[in-house]
Design a protein around this ligand. Structure first.
Ligand code: NAD
Length: 431
């Protein structure tokens, strides 16, 4: 099929590359000239495992091209994905200006029947608004489809290639059939393609993200209660998760959730519920718990040292989670800012996110090229992101490099008994 994808960020780029991989002709459009130039050279502007292989292969096969020329891409395609950002607006709602702007531009470039797909995460009712905007601009026939994306950064290519489910909100059969055919190659192992109305599809995405954020905040509160009573959250988690109605996945406490999705999506669902006079009480608490949790390590460091003035803190991990360079809403940001505000110096390392991080912390943070270099002369190490390379470090080397053998583990990647035996002062979450 002939496909255009507008927006080549974490979602659009993966969608475009994966659709090309299954044999479609895909034109990816972005307004960011530098990004398009980079992509034309076969380079990915983001770190995402597997993406550059897909780019190179499909570019070489002539199935994947990049442009800033949206009208040309629209004219050449039958299915057009809108995968631009929907950042948080000032009042907590999703800012739809990019989605609506692209919808209008698509409409103005139509030269026949088109399926316009909302891939961005958008509030309930957006498909209807997109339909209205297009209707005002064109006399050509078209369908609007809501096709929310469930991929996880860090495993985005795998998630798109082998989805748990595909959700298609469609108001007419022709568009639904085209979308089902487009996704068939990715669901051979039996993952369901769920066709429903647009409002349900739109809400499915928010409901899924809000549930995952709820699990995180819930486990963070359980961990905090474990600490008060001297219980071990690992034991509690395993016992809870053994119940098949609960399951073991996503029950790990830590320093709070971040990233470009959970924070803004939780706020957006609260806001669009409130717009219809529904008070989403649980999600307001989920957000409040998360805000408190993001400062947990700083509180623990202060409790240990008294004052942080003049202390040097080594930080391992800056990205909001492993296998990505994304620092949007990363817990590392408020943690490091608080450390600096309190007079500490920070020596930070992340395998992928340092270039992005350098733009966020202009002063007060020293970025080092190797993980162990962060430890040199530091009063303590704070682990903020659970990258694989931090899991089995050389502890004796760490002891020698650190001024004090003190570790604050925000992701529970080490075992308290082992750390005690090795002579570390070790603080983790809920244990
Ligand atoms: N990042 C994720 O893990 C994830 C997962 C599922 C859904 N989503 C949703 O997908 C959407 C996109 O997220 P993202 O993380 O890929 O965003 P992103 O910020 O990484 O990328 C958005 C891209 O759109 C481009 N863009 C903006 N306006 C444009 C225009 N008028 N014309 C052409 N290009 C334009 C930007 O230059 C940018 O490259 C959001 O709604 C997000 O909530 C994200």
């Amino acid at each position: 099929m002939k496909v255009a994808v507008v927006g080549t960020g974490y979602v659009g780029l993966v969608v475009g590359a994966c659709l090309a991989e299954s044999g479609n002709d895909v034109i990816c459009v972005d307004k960011d000239v530098a990004k398009v130039r980079m992509l034309r050279r076969g380079k990915s502007p983001i770190y995402e495992p597997g993406i550059e292989d897909l780019l190179r292969r499909n570019k070489a096969e002539g199935r994947l091209t990049f442009t800033t020329d949206l009208p040309k891409a629209v004219r050449a395609s039958q299915i057009i994905f809108i995968a631009v950002g929907t950042p948080q607006g000032e009042d907590g709602s999703a800012d739809l200006q990019h989605v609506m702007g692209v919808a209008r531009d698509i409409a103005r470039s139509m030269n026949g029947y088109k399926v316009v797909v909302d891939k961005s995460t958008v509030p309930v009712g957006t498909a209807a608004r997109v339909r209205e905007v297009i209707r005002r601009e064109t006399t050509h026939p078209f369908s609007v489809v809501s096709n929310p994306e469930f991929l996880k950064q860090g495993a985005a290519v795998d998630d798109f290639m082998k989805p748990d489910r595909v959700v298609i909100g469609a108001e007419d059969e022709k568009a639904a059939e085209l979308m089902v055919a487009l996704h068939k190659p990715f669901t051979r192992t039996g993952a369901p393609i769920m066709v429903m109305d647009c409002a349900s599809a739109e809400l499915s995405k928010y409901a899924a993200n809000a549930m995952l954020a709820t699990k995180i905040s819930f486990m963070n509160e359980i961990a905090n209660v474990c600490e008060v009573y001297g219980a071990d959250v690992d034991r509690v988690r395993q016992a809870m998760g053994a119940d098949r109605r609960i399951g073991q996945a996503f029950l790990f406490p830590g320093v709070g959730y971040g990233g470009s999705c959970f924070p803004k999506d939780v706020k957006a669902i609260v806001k669009f519920s409130a717009d219809k006079k529904y008070d989403f009480k649980i999600l307001k608490s989920v957000e409040a718990v998360n805000e408190t949790q993001k400062r947990l390590l700083v509180r623990k460091l202060e409790a240990h040292f008294g004052s942080l003035k003049g202390k040097t803190i080594a930080v391992w991990g800056l990205a909001f989670k492993p296998k990505t360079d994304d620092m949007r809403e990363a817990p590392a940001v408020p943690i490091i800012k608080a450390l600096i505000d309190k007079g500490a110096k920070v020596q930070a390392y992340d395998p992928e996110a340092m270039t992005v991080a350098k733009g966020i912390f202009p002063k007060g943070v020293t970025f080092v090229k190797k993980n162990y270099d962060a430890l040199k002369g530091a009063d303590a190490l704070a682990v903020i992101t659970e990258w694989q390379e931090f899991r089995e470090p050389d502890f004796s080397r760490m002891r020698k490099l650190l001024k004090n053998p003190v570790i604050f583990d925000g992701r529970n990647i080490y075992q308290p008994e082992q750390m005690k035996e090795l002579g570390f002062v070790y603080k983790s979450v809920g244990r």
